[in-house]
Design a protein around this ligand. Structure first.
Ligand code: AMP
Ligand code: GLY
Length: 454
């Protein structure tokens, strides 16, 4: 079986590695991939958002299954283009991908499906925005701690402003409505109440009719330790998350993912692929902050190494209507912690072309982490590449997030120690990493346990 993975990040490398562990031994292609994926799959030099070239490659190579990593080609209709020509693909249609592609569509869908979310209003002008901010911060019961402004379309994680004051909110609205920072079409935005609480990423694999949860994960969005500084694509992650056992996860899927899958099915735009719910555990209960329609990055790097079921089998089933019936995913009991190594200047900019030292030594020390042996040992380290490229000088940095170090261990603390020890082996000029990924994960296990017994 020939499988094409579309994308070039750590997420796609983790997907390729999990497919490599499949007993079906698929032939793996990746477009466009990176310097690390090149060791695990044959690379095709096609940008991830070039729908026509990807379609041509699938036909030329007789690909059996295409797995789409990033949101941009999904929203652009890659899966539709492939399906029209009779090719199997894992990921939602453009119509279903609107759950990520439009914040308003997502809020409307949450409302229609009865999914708990933050209070919000839709605004189409600066004045409507200012009025909505005033209204939200005045309502009784509002925490008075600000609002969140979300530009409507895809914005590569930069369209959301969590505002502490009405002035900050207004500045964000001006960027959208006056400066036209997010696209040249008619601007619109969501203004919503700011919630507080722990965040959780709960992803479910969906076959158009049902949603089956993946292991819960937590990611670290801010660049700085203690969650300081600007938002990034994600600086680290861990899985599982204390307090979210199988039963709790099933409850969440029943209140969040399944109602949305049912709604999309009723509307005639069934949802196939990964439905990623970004959740916040507020004092008033769980609320959905956002939906994504793809695997999370870097959550996937921590989640997939724990998957014991055959990922290829699961994704093939999900690509067919109702194909997940009877499927139960098996997970390793080990904890996984992923630490992202980012380049200087990230997230505002990204230095490029810095030579990465230590990769060979890393391989010698930890072996080929894509192997089955490492996966089953329960104490493995996996290095996945994101922004890397091969040049005459060796492997160099080629993006904001450069590498991900994932370690498995008995419990979050030992996984975390192993991940940081492994990260010490890598060096490039200006390398940034957060030292507090999963720092409190184990403590929270203890709290969750004592709460459970009360
Ligand atoms: P989104 O792209 O909608 O997930 O937003 C990105 C990040 O902004 C989330 O992961 C949260 O950290 C934060 N955020 C989004 N919505 C809210 C909200 N209503 N209250 C507080 N923080 C939020
Ligand atoms: N880790 C956040 C995301 O994948 O959107």
């Amino acid at each position: 079986m020939k499988v094409l993975v579309v994308g070039a990040g750590g997420r796609e490398h983790a997907i390729v590695r999990a497919l490599k562990r499949s007993p079906q031994k698929p032939e793996l292609l990746c477009a466009p991939g990176n310097a690390g994926i090149a060791a695990d799959a044959r690379l095709l030099e096609i940008p991830a958002d070039d729908v026509q070239w990807l379609l041509a490659a699938v036909e030329r190579e007789s690909v059996d299954l295409t797995i789409v990593g990033p949101e941009v080609p999904l929203v652009a209709g890659l899966v539709d283009a492939l399906a029209e020509k009779g090719h199997l693909a894992f990921g939602p249609s453009a119509a279903a991908a609107r759950l990520e592609g439009s914040k308003m569509f997502a809020k409307d869908a949450m409302e229609a499906a009865g999914v708990p979310t933050a209070r919000w209003s839709r605004v189409r002008t600066l004045q409507e925005g200012i009025d909505a901010v005033r209204e939200l911060t005045r309502k009784p019961g509002s925490p008075g701690a600000g609002v969140v402004i979300k530009a409507d379309g895809l914005a590569a994680g930069k369209g959301v402003t969590v505002a502490d004051t009405p002035e900050e909110a207004e500045a964000a609205l001006r960027e959208i409505f006056v400066e036209g920072r997010f696209g040249d079409g008619e601007a619109s935005a969501v203004v919503e109440e700011r919630l507080t609480g722990e965040e959780l990423s709960l992803l479910a694999v969906c076959d158009g009719e049902r949603a089956v949860a993946l292991a819960p994960a937590r990611d670290f969005k801010r660049i700085g330790e203690g969650d300081e500084g600007p938002n990034t694509g994600g600086m680290g992650s861990y899985s599982p998350v204390a307090g979210f056992d199988e039963e709790r996860v099933r409850e969440i899927v029943a209140t969040v993912h399944q109602p949305v899958v049912d709604l999309m099915c009723e509307r005639g735009t069934p949802f196939h692929g990964i439905l990623y719910a970004g959740l916040m555990l507020t004092p008033d209960g769980l609320r959905v902050l956002e939906f994504n329609v793809r695997f999370g990055d870097p959550e996937t790097q921590a989640v997939l190494p724990r998957l014991r079921s055959d990922l290829l089998d699961v994704l093939l089933r999900a690509s067919r209507p109702g194909g997940l019936e009877g499927v139960r995913l098996e997970w390793s009991l080990a904890s996984a912690v992923t630490v992202v190594l980012a380049s200087a200047g990230y997230p505002e900019s990204a230095s490029q072309g810095e030579v990465i030292a230590g990769l060979e030594q890393f391989r010698e020390r930890y072996g080929d982490a894509g192997s089955e042996r490492a996966h089953d040992s329960g104490m493995a380290v996996e290095l996945t590449h994101a922004g890397t490229a091969r040049t005459a000088a060796g492997v160099v940095t080629a993006g904001g997030r450069v590498l991900n170090v994932t370690a498995l261990g008995d419990g979050a603390d030992s996984a975390r120690d192993a991940a940081y020890a492994a990260a010490e082996m890598i060096y490039f000029d200006g390398m940034q990493l957060r030292r507090d990924i999963a720092a409190n994960a184990e403590v929270k296990t203890a709290q969750a346990t004592s709460e459970d017994t009360r």
